[in-house]
Design a protein around this ligand. Sequence first.
Ligand code: NAD
Ligand code: USQ
Length: 404
Amino acid sequence: AGGLCMSEGSAKTIVVLGGDGFCGWPTCLHLSDAGHDVIMVDNLSRRRIDLELGCESLTPIQSPQTRVKTWKEVTGREIKYVNIDVAKEYELLLKLFKEHKPDTVIHFAEQRAAPYSQKGSREKRYTVDNNTGGTHNMLVAIVESGLDIHVCHLGTMGVYGYGNSGGEIPEGYIDVTLPGNRQQKILHPAYPGSVYHTTKCLDALLFQFYAKNDGLRLTDLHQGIVWGTNTPQTVRDERLVNRFDYDSDYGTVLNRFLMQAALDIPMTVYGTGGQTRGFIHVTDTAKCLEAAVVNPPAANGPVEIFNQVAETHRVRDLAQMIADKTGTKIDFISNPRNEAAENELEVKNDKFGNLGVDFKSLDGTLLEEVRDIAQKYRGRADLELVYPTSYWNKNRVKAATDGE
Ligand code: NAD
Ligand code: USQ
């Protein structure tokens, strides 16, 4: 197995919070394959939200127990699965850290859909309680354990906001001159566009405080939109398949378009499709995590921030590219979100390049691979779940209803 930047004898013990999810599961497999000892923690809340929304992964994902059993059968390597609610079961989390003494905790365990976080008061409150509570519990448990544990957290490009202006987005920090001609390096201003994205900004402040006050080693990965489904590890057995969300709350844009093309239904571009976003393939997510894990920042240093993005694309260009290849129609529908109709986006991502991560770019072969998977499981799709049902504010709900 190809361990990236890993020297001999440097296998780590890694707790992966949220290890049953879309990014978490392939990351667990990648790290295990590279020789690290992985403990996967998940309270299966994502699977419960599937039930609540009446949807499920397009791919037939197996239970976490079957997943880890299959991995053992296929590779002989063990991944331990533990069910803990990180936001609610602080004592169990602390006990887990004390028992396994991990070198690293990777934190994926948050409610991550922007539309779900805007759905209603219940979902808004759940997203803040779960995400902020979980992050803070993890930090307190690390301090309380007295162990030198490196945290790798999944943040989002959305913390920077998506204004209309151009200009390259730096990796986390900007240099400013404060009144009195004081020079300072500060966190890039936060400008989130949903309750979910706001929780990632709150996380960033918690990290800044715990790095300063307790000397914790922290890496925050500002990731773009993840696409794809399978990785070199998940294809080894059908029972290892990764999840594929296509519904309007959890499906991310490119995977949704590829699924829509596979089912030959029009692609749902919101507004003019002028939104430009950062993208990364799920295989590269796992590689970036490994690079971050084996390169922890110094203790007592500032929070290390990486932009985890391979490339940027405009939403309507992605739809057009797929339309050109497949003949699928494009439907420009009223935007359920409150976001800039058009924006530019230029992102600095040198740090991962410097650590040897070679990003895959969105080429025809990779796109076809995802469309083939969507085609294979098309019988499992429920087309009613494709159109948006979450709106950013009440006026929008009214406008959408008036227009019917
Ligand atoms: P996901 O919903 O598939 O996975 C998250 C996992 O965390 C789920 O399995 C869920 O059950 C678990 N979880 C949530 N709250 C928990 C809690 N309190 N205790 C224990 N487990 C809990 O999401 P994902 O797409 O894998 O995203 C993982 C992380 O990466 C998230 O933090 C997300 O914000 C970030 N991220 C994702 C994307 C993307 O496009 N998918 C892009 C940028 C950043
Ligand atoms: N969009 C469409 N049509 C669709 C779905 C989305 O035009 O059918 C548009 C949206 O309006 C938006 C863009 O595509 O402008 C991206 O939407 P998305 O749902 O793919 O991504 P987003 O809501 O930003 O959230 C996803 C993940 C989240 C992560 C974020 C990274 O769900 O966890 O943090 O991507 S980023 O966008 O870089 O902040």
